[in-house]
Design a binder for this molecule. Structure first.
Ligand SMILES: [Zn+2]
Length: 280
């Protein structure tokens, strides 16, 4: 039995939790992960920072070692990749994301002689690095599933590694102008730790891009929203995104909430390493 204990290391941790949504069966649209025993889970919502924490006692060990890709994509990774890449711009979450990031990078870096470098953490189908490559970035993708990494290498034609990003020395990967976490941090128990471990991978002047599910906006449409599906240990608020950044040693450069073309309620944030604090 694995008990999930999601943490945000917040000052309000555990002392102001109220019941959010409770589930006794799989909501429509959620992947049918193999679960031993009864399906029973709930979200608890922090009354102070409005962060939502998943709480349950189901055994989800091994969710990402193949089972996630099996349940989400099956053998259809390439077909799904091609379908998403073919979406018209106004219906593509990815096109909007890539445009936003390139605007930001142009303002931050100006025109440089060398191609900027991207590390995409938790790359999945790799539609994001595929478009970034087309926009002139040198891309590296990381995914825990070897099939996702192989897909990124063989279909997208970029450097890709299978494995846990924290287990690799920074020297193995080099440094990057951008490290991206597109809908990744809600899947881990300790998002502060994962985000903080990206510091050594950032080149001087580099930045981090985050996308997270927006709990407050999604909750207004009810418990059946995909932002609250079982694989999300955390669902964020604007306040808890700011808290996450600060706890992981980053400063916010930009923060916004939006509804994506797919209908997802999403928080986007740009971060840079926080200046070292002087000790008094
Ligand atoms: Zn809180």
């Amino acid at each position: 039995m694995t008990t999930i204990r999601p943490t945000l290391r917040c000052p309000c941790d555990g002392r102001h939790l109220a019941r959010g949504f409770a589930y006794e069966r799989r909501p429509e649209g959620e992947a049918a992960f193999p679960i031993a025993g009864a399906y029973r889970r709930e979200y608890r919502r922090c009354a102070v920072c409005r962060h939502w924490f998943s709480h349950h006692e189901m055994d989800l060990a091994g969710l990402y070692s193949g089972a996630y890709v099996d349940a989400t994509y099956g053998d259809r990774m390439r077909q799904t990749f091609e379908r998403i890449m073919a979406l018209p711009e106004d219906r593509s979450d990815n096109a909007s994301r890539v445009a936003t990031i390139n605007d930001f990078a142009r303002r931050r870096f100006g025109s440089r002689g060398t191609a900027p470098r991207l590390l995409d953490v938790g790359t999945g189908l790799a539609v994001f690095p595929a478009r970034m490559k087309a926009a002139g970035w040198v891309c590296t993708a990381l995914d825990p599933d070897p099939r996702a990494a192989a897909h990124a290498r063989d279909v997208v034609g970029i450097t890709a590694l299978a494995g846990d990003f924290r287990s690799r020395a920074a020297a193995d990967l080099g440094q990057f102008d951008l490290v991206s976490f597109n809908k990744v941090l809600e899947h881990v128990e300790d998002p502060v730790e994962l985000l903080a471990s990206s510091h050594p991978l950032l080149a001087p002047g580099g930045f981090v891009y985050l996308e997270l599910p927006d709990a407050e906006a999604a909750a207004r449409e009810g418990a059946g929203r995909e932002e609250f599906f079982i694989e999300h240990h955390h669902v964020f608020s604007m306040a808890s995104t700011a808290l996450l950044a600060a706890r992981a040693g980053f400063s916010l450069l930009a923060l916004e909430s939006l509804r994506e073309p797919s209908g997802k309620f999403t928080i986007r944030a740009f971060l840079e390493a926080a200046p070292a604090k002087a000790l008094d």
